[in-house]
Ligand binder design. Structure first.
Ligand code: ADP
Ligand code: MG
Length: 249
């Protein structure tokens, strides 16, 4: 069963087409990495999946729920969208932690405030999640006192606290100093191994090679090529994929 199903997705910004008929499926437990040049529509795709951006046509289903403005322009009710969003965790390049809250409070915020779950239960879960991202000892630290890699790991724990059915990652290591990238990728590898369904936009080809079940190459608003990492990264069929890999590898 697909946790993410996208069919013939078209989206423009003004008159500029950005997604030009994207088809995509991610199965439960699968880790799919999306690679491609800057401007190819990767972030826009994730924003359509999370209902952050409207689109003109096509179908987007995430965790069994139709998302957004597709299907002939009919928008699903905001209430349904709000519920759908809770099942989708998303982590961006910028961590955007609440600066006035400790790491623990950041992780607890949404389950307590949005889901109205009991504080004591949520706190126990949040501490376990901080341990899972290697930050049990930083529960009381504030974002300003954490490194970029630590902040990003708190952001991952915060997304996991909503118990999402799928996690979307948009270049989550791109803003980090090189020596901090590894600790974040290690957390993501662990999640993949534990069976989380993940769609990961990344420039980290090493991560894609080792952790992805499938790699998707996007260019010009289209999925150009997809397959196992050894094939797409090792012996790409399409000239555009070869050209891109020649530049980044
Ligand atoms: P990627 O993540 O692959 O770099 P994006 O999805 O960010 O690509 O962008 C795809 C195209 O859409 C680019 O040409 C970009 O300039 C344009 N774009 C992205 N966001 C907006 C926006 N909010 N308004 C107008 N154009 C945008
Ligand atoms: Mg992007």
């Amino acid at each position: 069963m697909s946790v993410i199903a996208v069919r013939n997705l078209h989206k423009s910004y003004g008159k500029t087409p950005v997604l030009r008929g994207v088809d995509l499926a991610v199965a439960k437990g699968e880790t799919v990495c999306v690679i491609g040049p800057s401007g190819s529509g990767k972030s826009t795709l994730l924003q359509c999946l999370n209902g952050l951006e409207p689109f003109e046509s096509g179908e987007v289903i995430v965790a069994g729920q139709h998302i957004g403005w597709g299907r002939g322009g009919a928008r699903i009710p905001e209430r349904e969208m709000t519920f759908a969003r809770r099942r989708i965790g998303i982590v961006f390049q910028q961590f955007n932690l609440f600066p006035h809250m400790s790491a623990l409070a950041n992780v607890m915020e949404a389950p307590v405030q949005v889901l109205k779950r009991p504080r004591a239960v949520v706190e126990a879960e949040a501490r376990a999640l901080l341990a899972r991202v290697g930050l049990a000892h930083k529960a009381d630290a504030y974002p300003a006192d954490l490194s970029g890699g630590q902040q990003q790991r708190v952001a991952i724990a915060r997304a996991l606290a909503m118990q999402p059915e799928v996690m979307l990652f948009d270049e989550v290591t791109s803003a980090l100093d090189p020596e901090l990238v590894g600790e974040v990728l290690a957390v993501m590898r662990g999640l993949a191994k534990d069976g989380m369904t993940m769609l990961v936009v990344t420039h980290e080809m090493g991560f894609a090679r080792e952790a992805a079940d499938r790699v998707i190459f996007m260019d010009g608003g289209l999925v150009v090529e997809q397959g196992p990492p050894a094939e797409v990264l090792g012996r790409p069929r399409e000239a555009r994929t070869r050209e891109f890999l020649g530049r980044v590898l």
